[in-house]
Design a protein. Structure first.
Length: 329
């Protein structure tokens, strides 16, 4: 733990950077974000007890905690490795604060600026991630019902569409994947981790930046050129939808396509039949289910088209998912 003077210095430096980014991003709008001391967060997480750690990534760790009789989730960034990483927590905070009005975004409550890298405090994400649900990685996890899968996909698509269209500068998430979608205590899916998000300048349709993101979810054009557009997120969402629909990771899907000309061929020949059988066994009925599956898979594959121009917008993706969802009476 830092000494008193070091904490003061960190608070001033972090506060200055945060304020600068907040002013630049939020057009002087007032966004309520509480400031917590490191003592409060140490107490809330029992000194960042490893037993309370529930998810970690290359850049950060997530802890469950309790603060003022309220369950919270605390995001603790690791030691900064290179200059670009210093911006991650600030970008995360500012973008999340701007998105606070959307019900499918994990709500930022506040932060602690007394540490070398800010510690972020969120509403509780106690019910795990979408990855936990679709791959049933925990013993207590139950398979997601088909209609619930569609609802989750549609709500997250809407959150991404909001990110792209609600502000004067469209914001591109760049890290859409099942591990970054949490469930709250009511089972509502929440998009999170805006740390590598980037805004497209007003009047422009793209921006060039460092190549960041997860393998399999990274738009091929962006992976080669570093050029980011709204369609980069569409590709990532298509990968997510593919995993949600099939219940398999992209790695597993690619590893099992031997003997088939392509991924689409394999999915239509093998996966759809298995999903239908599982859904029927779970009592979800057969009427219209196959059509919904085929339509969802087709949407996922279109979103992942090699040519960005052929991909739909996230608004169109949301509309199509709503149509699919309503296609069974």
């Amino acid at each position: 733990m830092l000494g008193k003077e070091e904490r003061k210095k960190a608070f001033v430096e972090n506060g200055s950077v945060f304020l600068e980014k907040l002013i630049a991003s939020c057009n002087s709008r007032s966004i309520p974000i509480r400031s917590f001391s490191i003592e409060e967060l140490l107490k809330a997480t029992n000194n960042f007890d490893p037993h309370l750690l529930f998810r970690e990534d290359g850049s950060y760790q997530w802890y469950n905690g309790s603060l003022e009789c309220r369950l919270i989730s605390v995001k603790k960034y690791r030691k900064i490795g290179y200059a670009k990483e210093r911006d991650f927590p600030f970008t995360d905070m500012v973008t999340c604060a701007k998105m606070c009005a959307h019900k499918n975004v994990l709500k930022l409550i506040g932060c602690c600026l007394e540490t070398p890298s800010p510690v972020l405090v969120y509403e509780s994400a106690e019910n795990g991630t979408l990855s936990d649900r679709i791959f049933a990685s925990k013993p207590q996890a139950r398979p997601m019902p088909w209609q619930f899968k569609l609802k989750v996909a549609r709500e997250i698509a809407h959150a991404i569409a909001y990110l792209h269209t609600a502000f004067s500068k469209p914001i591109i998430h760049r890290d859409i994947k099942p591990q970054n979608i949490f469930f709250d205590q009511h089972g509502i899916p929440k998009l999170s981790d805006f740390s590598i998000s980037v805004a497209i300048p007003e009047g422009e349709f793209e921006v060039e930046d460092d190549i960041l993101g997860a393998y399999g979810f990274l738009c091929p054009r962006y992976a080669v050129t570093g050029v980011v557009t709204e369609k980069s997120d569409v590709y990532s969402f298509g990968s997510l939808l593919l995993e949600v629909v099939t219940g398999k990771t992209l790695t597993d899907l690619y590893e099992t396509t031997s003997g088939f000309t392509n991924l689409e061929d394999y999915i239509r020949t093998n996966i759809v039949k298995k999903i239908l059988e599982s859904a029927i066994q779970a009592g979800e009925g057969e009427a219209g289910l196959e059509q919904q599956l085929q339509a969802s898979l087709q949407l996922a594959l279109i979103c992942r088209d090699e040519n960005p121009e052929f991909r739909p917008t996230m608004i169109d993706v949301t509309k199509e998912l709503r149509r699919i969802e309503r296609s069974i009476p």
